[in-house]
Design a protein around this ligand. Structure first.
Ligand SMILES: Nc1ncnc2c1ncn2[C@@H]1O[C@H](COP(=O)(O)OP(=O)(O)OP(=O)(O)O)[C@@H](O)[C@H]1O
Length: 331
């Protein structure tokens, strides 16, 4: 049992949840605001890989600013006083909500809303050259029916080196092969999430890592439109394409975002303006990072970060959305 550590200036109110690496309390911050205060466990601080992952989560969370990415207020990345104060999402995670509903699907509009928000958060990260690497129901937080993507512990800027990590139910085929993740592997995970929310079942089942690997590499899920004919055709088609085995055959998150917003009858313009705004950039050097399912092999040397410039700003290839043609037949 880990004794609870306190963070000066914060009054702990009650425990919100316990992950593998941290305790999260509802707390009152020095300004009197209620926050989710995430404090790493002692074990996390003792194990270098886990401590670095927590530090990475703090640094990444604090440099992004987007309504569909879990907001970080302040934090300390490393050392015995490490913590991060996050916006509190009173409905908890999407995983919790699905569990509470005892296996029942979300109503269609609610599911489309959550997916549009996650696609929006991913579009923002990808435009800045970042990859999340762990999109799954456990990392989507809800507040008033709106969703935000959280747990940036595995997120990284592609210009700072390739990494390979994920959670087996959501992991893209190329990650199972040990290749570096990319915005396209996040899109694959979004495809799994879309399939799960819209059909009520994940595209691939398995009780072990090996079974899931075989399924993700070799099998094709039944068409989403067969499992739930109510899903708008464009959304069903794009969600299926997001599950393409080859990364280059998947649509960018931005295309999914637009289709989901269109299905909700909402305009899709604002994102462009929001995503253009450069986030505040932390200038501390990035420690060597490890993927959750294997060591990281940096492929590109770390670039020095200029103030006001997003490290690893997206290349034309990564931005991609303007060039991706959903009607073009892919080989
Ligand atoms: N911002 C937040 N608002 C509300 N609840 C939160 C928030 N952040 C975390 N929680 C709660 O705390 C739990 C643990 O948090 P989290 O999953 O981030 O911990 P972790 O140790 O990083 O997890 P993991 O087991 O994935 O390593 C979550 O499942 C959720 O219930």
């Amino acid at each position: 049992m880990t004794p609870e550590r306190s963070i000066p200036g914060y009054k702990l109110l009650h425990l919100l949840g316990r992950g593998h690496t941290a305790l999260v309390h509802l707390a009152q911050d020095p300004q009197g605001r209620q926050v989710a205060l995430k404090i790493p466990l002692e074990e996390t601080l003792r194990v270098q890989e886990a401590a670095e992952r927590f530090g990475n989560e703090v640094r990444m969370t604090l440099q992004f600013r987007h309504p569909q990415v879990v907001q970080g207020y302040t934090g300390t990345a490393y050392g015995p006083k490490a913590f991060v104060a996050l916006r509190h999402y009173p409905e908890g995670t999407l995983c919790d909500v699905l569990t509470q509903r005892a296996g029942k699907k979300l109503p269609l509009e609610e599911a489309l809303r959550v997916l549009a928000d996650v696609a929006s958060g991913l579009t923002y990260l990808h435009r800045l050259g970042a990859v999340h690497q762990d999109v799954k129901t456990q990392n989507v937080y809800l507040d008033g029916g709106r969703a935000a993507l959280g747990d940036l512990g595995s997120a990284y800027f592609t210009a700072q080196g390739g990494q390979s990590s994920g959670s087996p139910y959501y992991m893209a085929p190329e990650i199972y092969h040990g290749e570096s993740s990319s915005s396209a592997s996040d899109v694959y995970s979004l495809g799994v999430l879309a399939y799960e929310l819209l059909s009520g079942q994940r595209p691939h089942q398995g009780d072990t890592y090996e079974e899931l690997m075989v399924a993700h590499l070799n099998r094709f899920a039944p068409p989403l439109s067969h499992l739930n004919p109510q899903v708008p055709r464009s959304v069903a088609r794009l969600a299926e394409l997001a599950l393409a085995k080859r990364p280059q055959d998947r649509p960018p998150a931005e295309i999914l975002r637009r289709a989901l917003l269109a299905a909700l009858g909402e305009p899709a313009e604002e994102e462009d303006a929001e995503a253009e705004a450069a986030p505040p950039i932390a200038t501390t050097p990035t420690p060597r990072q490890m993927g959750r399912h294997g060591p990281v092999t940096p492929r590109v040397p770390t670039q020095p970060v200029a103030a006001g410039e997003a490290p690893g700003a997206a290349t034309t290839e990564e931005r991609g959305s303007a060039r991706w043609n959903p009607f073009k037949r892919r080989k």
